[in-house]
Design a binder for this molecule. Sequence first.
Ligand SMILES: Nc1ncnc2c1ncn2[C@@H]1O[C@H](COP(=O)(O)OP(=O)(O)O)[C@@H](O)[C@H]1O
Ligand SMILES: [Mg+2]
Length: 305
Amino acid sequence: MRDDFWASLPPLVVVTGKGGVGKTVVSCALARAAVGAGLRVLLLELDARESLHRFLGCSPSGGGVIRVAPGLAAENVRPRAVVDRLIGERVRPAWVARRLIKSVIYEQFVQGAPGLREVAALGYAIRATGRGPLAAPGLGRAGPGAAGEAGGHDLVLLDAPATGHGVSLLLAPRLLSEAIGGGPIAALATEVAAVVGDPAACGLWAVSTAEGMALRETLELDAALRGGLGRGLDLLAVNRLLPDAGAEPAGVEEWEAVWRRRAAGERDRLAKLAGAWRGPLLRLPLSGHEGPAAVAELAAALREA
Ligand SMILES: Nc1ncnc2c1ncn2[C@@H]1O[C@H](COP(=O)(O)OP(=O)(O)O)[C@@H](O)[C@H]1O
Ligand SMILES: [Mg+2]
């Protein structure tokens, strides 16, 4: 992708897709490619089973911000810590917030309020962009979940949960703001919903493989977002594509036959996809590497795409 592609991105991009398709690897590659294009990037992972460090070759985040390389910071977001932090900021006076956070009722509220963690996590990502009312300075202290305060990011990439949960994540702000009439949480949900519904403020990208199930799920995700948010996905990355025939080492006949069948299936499904998906499509190769080397290969492919 040319530099103007990266320069024209919204400040926040949420990456989702079916479980295991390579969301985290692709998010890491996107982050590396964006840094290569001169952007300062914050990569946020929203998965309790932290895996960023395995793909970036850095130490685990443990809920804090890691400086991975010049221009690249990363953090595994802990939704509960982010909720506490938001309540601490939004509920006034401060001593009421402190007592509230320690109360049994609050515990039940956080566990039970549908969408609260999702709204808090998205609000946190939005704040980290440093734009809009959510980014008002002087809120909160440094500590776990303080990437927003680090500021100075051109692009915040949110590696979101798998599709089903990804839809809940993206629809939660609107549902929550409609469900509770007033107060600080409703106001937050409304602000977050406005950002998520606006393609100029928030990009929604999906990762898929060329397998039928994954592609179907991606198109359903697009439809669910259109229905629930009035906007769909902006970009689809098809990951783990088999290499071109010419690039394949010859020799093992059975293997070649299997490969040829699979490659033909991929081509078929991608051709059919062209009828159902008219937005930008990124093709990413199956890498022969693991971890940071796979990310480097995909980042190079992205820069050339
Ligand atoms: N393009 C690729 N080439 C080779 N292996 C890949 C590729 N993309 C992802 N993988 C591998 O697939 C597995 C799942 O990827 P991951 O990014 O953790 O998926 P997700 O975040 O969607 O659950 C990992 O072992 C990763 O190394
Ligand atoms: Mg992941």
